[in-house]
Design a protein around this ligand. Structure first.
Ligand code: ACO
Length: 372
């Protein structure tokens, strides 16, 4: 009897040189660099260059690369028109998925995936989201500004104001922390699609769909809902106890890979302290302390720790993003990793096609329609 690896836990389906979450030791590296080093010292553009080319850019490469990526930020009018047809109450992730698909068709992102494709897609994600966000607020879209970096331009296109260095840096750090993460569900989706020799855009559209779910990228807004419902540090214990008694999961805790603290949560916690309001941060700290204590008491063998989503919510809220742009902003970051994985998959491709153990009936007799 074949062993069923439910959820593919522990199954190794490919090699990657891009990133490695070391779950036992709570470590994450991108091409050998510690995530905290990159988060504290690099910019998103440098990290994207690292993921796509395998090395950190020199000053000259950085200038050229950033300028080229910035020049790709403008959306074709036909894609802006597609966004315009979306109802204003659409879920932003649905709009992103639809607009990226339209972008691929319009820009002819076809044939073998290239860094040019990766750059074209990564550059327009913020433009798509800012265009939709302004449209639903009754505002005209703003043209991207090539003199601002990826993070600052996104915030500018949303609000019309050039953000402070502190806000830009906070978002830039978040984008670096979430740019890649081994073979997570959305990256796996992208690689499965790439393995059929489909195009880069199809991989990315599939990955957006996978990221949307609350067990993956859909959690940060749910964390914020939880914190708002709890309201005050004094309410935290009763609220968390009741939620766990009802068998609910606490959003922002637990991870398939990390059996120690997620190293991204550590960086985000200190960033949240600097970006969020003091009362909100105090509440988050109290909820985290209690949740960890309770989860360890109730599920001692599960080793449940704070994951990346818990403090992402505080940071993204702190930089001024509306709740429903949290997951799209995760996608704005992760598209760098998805595209890097697509390119890597194609370097040594084999169709990804696992098996399922058949458990259905085996000897049914066909009855014609008119006799059923
Ligand atoms: N709250 C309460 N219990 C939890 C939590 C949680 N957040 N996470 C896991 N558990 C429990 C489960 O109930 C289960 O207990 P049981 O075996 O006694 O029934 C056990 O821990 C293992 O859970 P699984 O779902 O098998 O673990 P898995 O590795 O598949 O799940 C996941 C990881 C989906 C992230 C899970 O921890 C979870 O649902 N967390 C809450 C949602 C969340 O924060 N999602 C964002 C993840 S980060 C990211 O994707 C970027």
């Amino acid at each position: 009897m074949p062993q069923v690896a439910k959820g593919l836990e522990g199954v190794v389906v490919s090699e990657t040189a891009l990133s490695h979450p070391d779950g036992e030791n709570g470590r994450l590296i991108y091409l050998g660099y510690e995530i905290a080093d990159l988060a504290n010292n690099a910019t998103y553009e440098e990290v994207v260059h690292l993921l796509w080319t395998g090395h950190l850019p020199t000053r000259g490469e950085f200038t050229e690369f950033s300028a080229k990526m910035a020049s790709y930020r403008v959306l074709p009018k036909s894609v802006t028109d597609v966004i315009r047809t979306m109802p204003t109450d659409s879920e932003p992730m649905d709009v992103l998925r639809t607009a990226v698909s339209a972008f691929g068709a319009v820009q002819k992102i076809t044939g073998k995936a290239t860094i040019e494709h990766a750059m074209a897609l990564t550059a327009v994600f913020p433009t798509i989201m800012a265009t939709f966000d302004r449209q639903r607020r009754g505002l005209a879209p703003l043209a991207p500004r090539a003199d601002l970096n990826h993070a600052a331009n996104y915030l500018y296109m949303l609000s019309g104001e050039v953000p402070s260095d502190q806000r830009t840096r906070a978002l830039d750090t978040y984008l670096i922390l979430t740019a890649d993460h081994g073979l997570n569900a959305s990256t796996f989706t992208a690689r499965v699609i790439a393995s059929t020799l489909s195009d880069m855009c199809s991989s990315i559209v599939g990955a957006i769909g996978a990221l949307k779910g609350p067990l993956h990228g859909g959690a940060p807004a749910l964390v914020l809902n939880m914190l708002r419902e709890i309201g005050t540090p004094e309410n935290a214990e009763a609220w968390l106890t009741a939620a766990l008694d009802r068998g609910e999961r606490l959003m922002g805790f637990g991870h398939r890979v990390y059996k120690a603290e997620d190293p991204r949560a550590k960086v985000l916690r200190s960033l949240a302290e600097r970006t969020s309001e003091i009362d909100f941060f105090r509440l988050a700290i109290r909820v985290e302390d209690l949740a960890l204590k309770m989860l360890h008491e109730r599920k001692p063998d599960r080793r449940l720790y704070t994951n990346v989503e818990f403090y992402s919510s505080a940071v993204l809220h702190g930089v001024g993003l509306p709740d429903d742009l949290f997951t799209p902003t995760f996608a704005i970051s992760r598209v760098a990793g998805w595209t890097a994985h697509v390119i890597e998959q194609l370097k040594d491709n084999r169709l990804i096609r696992p098996d399922a153990e058949y458990v259905g009936p085996t000897r049914m007799t066909f009855v014609p329609l008119e006799k059923r």
